[in-house]
Design a protein around this ligand. Sequence first.
Ligand code: SF4
Length: 293
Amino acid sequence: MARPAQRLAANAPGPFYVDASCIDCGTCWQFDPQHFAPHGEASHVVRQPEGDGELRQALLALQACPVAAIGTTPALRARTPADGFPALITRHPAGDVYYCGWASRRSFGASSWLIVRPGGNVLVDVPRWSAPLARRISALGGLHTLVLTHRDDVADHDRWARAFGCGRWIHAADADAAPGAEHLLEGRDPLVLDADLQLIPTPGHTAGSLVVLLGQCHAVLFSGDHLWWNPAQQVVVASERYCWWNWAEQLRSVERLLDLDVGWLLPGHGHSHAFAPGAWRGALEQTLAWARR
Ligand code: SF4
């Protein structure tokens, strides 16, 4: 629980604040950039919410924080929506996509995504265990499959898999991070789970990194920590600084995604982005040119 005595000086005056326990995971400002922003090695409240809609966003950011570093008054906290997460991001012909919130410290606040689809719902990476979230997911049809994009973002995977009896996929090269996983992806060839769902190995950030592709036209790409969006520079980022395994391999993995038709990029860390039709390839070429400059 955030403590007023540890409120960071950078916070805007008012009831919401970030305290000194912030781990700078980015969850709050990725979800609610109107009110939260990075500041040095922590986040802070840049503007206090005004009106019911903004209050809802700030309260959900508070709920999503993996270390309870965001505080507010008990009266405002009591107004936290019970149905906030999963939060709808986009409706694609291949499935509805939701952000799960409830980030886990064990995956450094990584985003997890729910795909609600006729062929069975899919959870991409894992939130911290939350009974209210599990009830909401049950109401949306439960979970058929859980995909772990890489070793860092496995969080409470065993708890979620047990609760829903769903099979877990992870690449064999990262399988030691999820020893109970039922399905291992081997090698570098994409695996078509069904017509609208593919797992594509993208080694680099870790040896077993993979991305998930939903749909074929204007598809949704769940990129783990392979790629994310930088809104200030309007670029897709592949980061050498945060590459834990092999940077040259990571760039080759970026190249293998050039021919996709991506409409949404939904990463584990960093910002999401919706691309105009046809914009994906140019954005990725820019990423590769910058990385090899
Ligand atoms: S979600 Fe919490 S830990 Fe993460 S950056 Fe925001 S305040 Fe810090």
